[in-house]
Design a protein around this ligand. Structure first.
Ligand SMILES: *[C@@H]1O[C@H](CO)[C@@H](O)[C@H](O)[C@H]1NC(C)=O
Length: 147
């Protein structure tokens, strides 16, 4: 097949679109969203760095490899669910921005972190968040506004 004219570009666009949609729905379940991103009230720890070290492990995000980056949201589950309805504004596709701002903690793996020795630095913030919704529930957290 000769790749000439505008069609290959259209084809490429469709492939990229399909790939990004697949990424959005990858492991897309509310249960997984809760495991990865919900912590309210915020679990107590001596400091945010220790909070990250402990939480990343207890939520199973350090098993196969040290997940490089993950954000925990400190807001009631009802407020997070509401983002997919009255508590959010539609952005595009299945993405919604929260109307409210939430306290969040973002954990980033330090260099030379290894499973069994995953170490994190923490960044806190108060921000609105962007989520992907499926069947009216948040299933994926976008990095858009996160610290
Ligand atoms: C958000 O965090 C600030 C300080 O970091 C705290 O004073 C405030 O009470 C928190 N808000 C909520 C709703 O938890």
């Amino acid at each position: 097949m000769a790749l000439k004219g505008p069609r290959p570009l259209l084809f490429l666009t469709l492939v990229l679109l399909a790939a990004s949609l697949a990424q959005l729905s990858e492991g897309a379940s509310y249960r997984q969203f809760v495991t990865r991103h919900f912590d309210s009230p915020k679990t107590r720890a001596a400091n945010d760095r220790l909070y990250c070290n402990r939480m990343m492990q207890s939520r199973g995000l350090t098993r196969v490899f040290c997940k490089r980056r993950n954000t925990f949201i400190h807001a009631p589950a009802g407020q997070l669910q509401a983002i997919c309805a009255r508590g959010g504004t539609h952005v595009r596709l299945n993405l919604y921005d929260s109307l409210e701002s939430f306290n969040v903690t973002t954990c980033r793996a330090l260099p030379r972190s290894r499973p069994g020795h995953c170490r994190y630095r923490a960044a806190i913030g108060n921000t609105k968040i962007r989520v992907a919704c499926a069947k009216g529930l948040p299933v994926h957290l976008q990095p858009t506004y996160l610290p």
